[in-house]
Design a protein around this ligand. Sequence first.
Ligand code: SF4
Ligand code: SF4
Length: 220
Amino acid sequence: MPKISHHPTTNHQSKFLETFNEILLPFEGEIQNFRNELLQEMSELNLRGVNCFHCRGTCCLKSRNSMGVTLYEGVEVFKNLLLKFDISTLESKVQEAIQKFRLDHPIYIKNKLFRKTYDCPLFELNGVKTGCPLDKETKPFGCLAYNPRSSQIQDGEDCYLREDLLESTHQNIEKNIVQLNANIAAFTGFENTTYPLPILLYKLIQLQVQFELQFQVDCK
Ligand code: SF4
Ligand code: SF4
C-alpha cells in the first residue's frame, strides 16, 4: 500500500500535471507564438542596451506589483516552479504573501475588484539571490510586457506596461485563451477569473495535494 504524506510527489510527471499538459497541448503552439512576440520585444530592447540588469526588481515588489493572472498563466507558473522547488517551500512562501498583503481579503470598489499591491513571493524563492526564478517562457504575460524605456534603470524609474503590445498581439489568440481558461476551470472547479498570483498558486497547491491523494487511494 503506498504511503500517503501531506505533500506527496512533486514530480512534474505526476498525474495532476499530466492532465494539465493534456489540456494545454492543443493551444500550445499559438500561445507560444504570442509569448515569442513579447520575448522578441525584450531582446530588441536589450540590443539597444535597454534591460533590467541594473535594477533591484521594483516591478516585482509591492511598490509597483499588483499582478493578476488568469488560470492558464497560473498553471504555467505552477508547472515551472514544481521543476525547481519543493512544494512545501512554495506553499509556505505563498501563504506568507497572502497573509502579509491580505490578499485573501478582497476589496471591491464600485463592484470592481481592487488590485492590491504585493511583493511577489517568487522574487526571493532562490534564497539570498533575489530575482524571478521562472523560465522566461513561462512568466505571466504582464511580467513579460512590463519593460524599461531607457537604459541603466535602477529602481523602475522609467518602466511601464506595454499594453499596446499585449492588446494587439493578444487579439490573435483571444479565442484560444478564453477556451483554454474555460477548460482549466472545468478541470479544477475554480472560478474562471483573474487572481493575484499567490492566491492562484495556493489553490493549485491544495488541488494537487487532493488530486494525488485521491489518485493514490484509487490505486490501492
Ligand atoms: S512572476 Fe517573476 S517577474 Fe513576475 S512579478 Fe513574480 S518574480 Fe516578478
Ligand atoms: S521592468 Fe523596470 S522595474 Fe522591472 S526589473 Fe526591469 S528595469 Fe526594473
